[in-house]
Design a protein around this ligand. Structure first.
Ligand code: ZN
Length: 501
């Protein structure tokens, strides 16, 4: 019987036991599906969710005698990501055959890169400043998919169907050094990488659809030990949350095993999101099990130094640079800068609005506020994205310009927003045609304030007796009387003055 007290896991990845503390060591391999038009070695288009085997040809079906042709766009996207990770890009590298038998791999080998990866020695910096080493990133083709019919998963299924639509999809496998120390950090690493691939437009970053797949090599060792423990590879995590949970579970399992006198074995384990556990799938193959040899049907890939320099010079702005521009140049607070950086679409929209208002810097912060505030809230409620709306950056600039010039107040702007988002009307035209201009005239506002106070004597009494929260009520009454058109600041000032009399 296991009498060991249960170990506890800290967010730092340190696991405390009565016999001492363990640390978690994780290296991550991420398969990034490159969003090219066609597959890596044939002309079939990439697809997700189409009818099975619609996107196949003799090459990706593995017919004998066919020849693969390397997709240039895949190389460009791989190099783009490699450069953004600060990798060294090989000017000459080759492809290799990696042999294994599985029904979703018709050739019984995968074209991959073994000892000459396209990209090597990079880094990825996390939000907390931790720098994670990237060992290598190599190009390879994806396998197809098996659909197990008749039961949940492979176990107990009646039969399996092969869908080769995905076979031959270009992947860049990004391999980190074992630099990660907790499930939380693995999640952060994946989120940062996802942000980067979306920003570079090399992958859609959808974990749920398998566009980015993460295998975590997890091991544990006593704090202070210098040797790594035996690692197990954990697969099948399809969300950021499941990556964190899987790594935490696996580290805990290994510590419990070691503490009860057992030994961690090198194996591949499958994460089950429903049960929150990992189960053994198979013993981990060693590299020599794959009998790698150079792919005889493809010449070595040669990249010209000039072309590489051009690619480097034309890299788009990276998330980290965008964040710094928003915080340092525009002066946005951390929260807003983060949201605009994490959401590529929102950030691009913001940049388009910035370009229209280069000469009016006072508009920049209000535009950011509207985007991450009311507009995002509306999009979340309606379950839409910005591209689904009719509010162009120039219409948003028009709205914010009206606000900043005090032509309208924020109450009117908020009222108009849903209409602008769905109809794409000009805010200025709407304000003019409906007479929604802000009432800034002090004497007109004074008269309104006086009317509201005269109509609510009990509330005035209560306010003067100390219920100052009633200010909101008075403001609301004046706004109601003016359909939201009163200049809020002036009106509040007048209310305070009158109520102090
Ligand atoms: Zn094909």
């Amino acid at each position: 019987m296991n009498t060991i007290a249960p170990a506890t896991i800290a967010p730092t990845g340190i696991i405390h036991t009565p016999n001492g503390d363990y640390e978690t060591i994780i290296g991550v391999e991420v398969h990034v599906q490159l969003n090219t038009t066609t597959k890596l070695f044939c002309g079939d288009t990439l697809s997700f969710g189409d009818a099975p085997n619609d996107h196949t040809c003799p090459i990706c079906l593995g017919y004998p005698g066919v020849l693969p042709v390397l997709n240039q766009q895949a190389v460009e996207k791989a190099v783009t990501l490699g450069l953004a990770l600060g990798c060294t890009i090989a000017t000459v590298c080759k492809f290799d055959r990696k042999h294994y038998f599985y029904p979703d791999l018709p050739k019984a080998y995968q074209i991959s890169q073994f000892d000459e990866p396209l990209c090597s020695n990079g880094t990825l910096t996390l939000a907390n400043g931790r720098v994670v080493g990237i060992q290598r990133a190599h190009l390879e083709e994806d396998a197809g998919k098996l659909n197990h019919v008749g039961a949940e998963g492979l176990a107990g299924s009646l039969y399996s169907l092969v869908d080769l639509n995905r076979a031959g999809t270009p992947l860049l496998e990004v391999v980190s050094h074992p630099d990660l120390r907790s499930g939380e950090e693995c999640k952060e690493y994946m989120a940062t990488l996802r942000n980067l691939v979306r920003c570079l437009n090399v992958c859609d970053g959808n974990l749920e659809e398998g566009s980015m797949r993460c295998d975590a090599n997890v091991s544990v060792r006593k704090v202070g030990a210098t040797q790594y423990g035996t690692r197990a590879e954990v697969k099948n995590m399809n969300s950021l949350r499941s990556i964190q949970r899987a790594v935490e579970y696996e580290a805990q399992r290994q510590v419990d095993l070691v503490e009860s006198g057992g030994k961690v074995v090198q194996e591949t384990r499958l994460w089950n999101d429903a049960t929150g556990t990992t189960i053994s799938m198979r013993g981990k193959e060693a590299a020599n099990d794959y009998r790698y040899f150079p792919e005889p049907d493809l010449p070595p890939l040669r990249l010209s130094v000039t072309w590489l320099e051009d690619m480097k010079a034309n890299l788009p702005e990276l998330p980290k640079q965008r964040y710094e521009r928003y915080t340092q140049t525009i002066g946005l607070p951390d929260f807003e800068a983060n949201l605009l950086t994490e959401n590529q679409e929102l950030g691009d929209y913001f940049d388009a609005a910035l370009a229209l208002t280069a000469d009016n810097k006072a508009l920049h912060k209000p535009i950011a506020n509207w985007l991450v505030g009311d507009i995002t809230a509306w999009l979340n409620t309606e379950k839409l994205s910005l591209t689904d709306t009719k509010l162009t950056p120039s219409l948003l600039v028009e709205l914010v310009t009206l606000l900043e010039a005090q032509t309208i107040g924020s109450a009117v702007a908020k009222q108009l927003l849903p209409e602008l988002l769905t109809d794409g009307a000009s805010p200025k035209a709407l304000v003019d045609s409906r007479g929604l201009g802000q009432i800034n005239d002090t004497s007109a506002l004074e008269a309104l304030v006086a009317q509201v106070l005269a109509a609510n004597p009990a509330e005035v009494e209560a306010y003067k007796g100390g219920k100052t929260k009633l200010m909101g009520f008075f403001v609301g009454q004046v706004m109601k009387a003016t359909q939201g058109k009163a200049n809020a600041a002036t009106m509040t000032e007048l209310l305070q003055k009158k109520l102090a009399e």
